[in-house]
Design a binder for this molecule. Structure first.
Ligand code: ADP
Ligand code: MG
Length: 341
């Protein structure tokens, strides 16, 4: 591995709270497996050229190392649920923009809904990209801002059913950018979102919060309301920069506000197996985070921006594309790990 890549992505291990044995495990796994994976996971690379189609995920043969260097597994088809709720709340966080938070919220939410999980996605970014990406209105409707400020008391009034069965949305628009200023003097200002969501928690199996790219009060509210945190991480040079700060923030929220919150996983996004660069960054991420790195890796493809323009999740916009299959796999992996019902 190039020394400058190592330097650019270096993190003080102590800050991460990753036990030494995990680091050792990760490094060993990477050494034994990562070099071979490149051959098997080429399909992701081919996809960036587009129209490569096909429903096969890369490298799904028995015990073939996946992009993370660990053996790829076929996660089982989830069993239908006999009852619903209360929801597990997962915040999708990374203070870096453009890493795939919103795309993951939409695509994972839709995949979970397709597996019969009642899913609520919350737009928690004033840009309103989640609402737009699902083709839903965010103006002249009740938004998360109205709930946070108590202008609307009933969270159910903000819920919109999307075109995907079982997938609901609470939208946001630019008004939300004023929320931090308004909430800063509130009593228990970090717990406002948790209180807002309490009345709808029993209606869903999972609630995904699409955070804005910052570690401000809104993100702290999301971390305080959440049971788990999923960190989408783009496979590029500066990927790990800032993640130490994010992990530190999660640790602080756990100490002071929400003892239950866990780091559910790191999701590598925009992976391009054709480039040595992508492979090296992923190798480094696994070296640092060990088995916190999810086995599912999301490849780079223009199908995602295309789906956003169409205002539809990838799972319905291009259900046979490997990108849709990848998010279905992510849904199965989270269910198999017990992070979603
Ligand atoms: P964030 O919410 O973290 O800012 P987005 O999900 O909005 O990131 O993604 C940023 C841009 O990258 C969007 O235009 C999106 O369509 C695109 N994108 C997201 N995931 C991928 C991917 N796997 N491959 C290619 N483009 C992607
Ligand atoms: Mg976003």
């Amino acid at each position: 591995m190039q020394e400058n890549l190592r330097a650019a992505t270096s993190l003080p291990r102590r800050q991460l709270g990753i036990p030494a044995y995990l680091l050792h495990l990760a490094t060993t796994t990477v050494r034994s497996g990562a070099r071979q994976h490149a051959v098997r996971s080429l399909d992701w690379g081919a996809m960036s050229g587009e129209e490569s189609g096909g429903s096969q995920l890369p490298g799904f043969d028995d015990m073939v190392p996946g992009p993370t260097g660990r053996p790829l597994r076929e996660w089982p088809e989830p069993a239908p649920l006999s009852g619903h709720g209360p929801a597990r709340i997962i915040a999708l966080c990374n203070q870096k923009g453009g890493v795939g938070k919103t795309t993951t919220t939409i695509s994972l939410g839709a995949a979970l809904a397709d597996y019969g999980r009642r899913t609520l996605v919350i737009d928690f970014d004033p840009q309103g990209a989640l609402s737009a990406g699902l083709g839903m209105p965010s103006h002249d409707v009740v938004t998360i801002y109205d709930l946070l400020l108590g202008k609307e008391k009933d969270a159910r009034k903000a819920v919109q059913a999307t075109k995907t069965k079982g997938l609901d949305l609470i939208p946001a628009n630019i008004d939300l950018s004023a929320a931090e200023v308004h909430l800063v003097n509130e009593v228990a200002r970090e717990q406002i979102l948790a209180r807002v969501l309490a009345p709808v928690v029993d209606d869903y199996d999972v609630i995904l919060i699409d955070c804005q790219p910052s570690l401000g009060l809104l993100t702290v509210n999301a971390l305080t309301a959440a049971h788990g945190v999923l960190i989408p991480l783009e496979c590029e040079y500066f990927a790990l920069r800032g993640v130490a700060l994010l992990v530190e923030t999660i640790d602080k929220v756990r100490d002071r506000l929400n003892p239950a919150v866990q780091l559910d996983g790191i999701l590598a996004t925009m992976y391009d197996a054709r480039t040595l660069h992508s492979r090296e960054v992923l190798e480094r991420v696994v070296e640092v985070f060990g088995d916190k790195v999810l086995e599912t890796v999301i490849g780079r493809t223009v199908k995602f921006p295309d789906a956003t323009v169409a205002g539809a999740p990838i799972t319905s916009f291009a259900p046979d594309h490997p990108a849709a299959a990848a998010y279905r796999q992510l849904a199965r992996e989270l269910i198999a790990r017990g992070q979603v019902a």
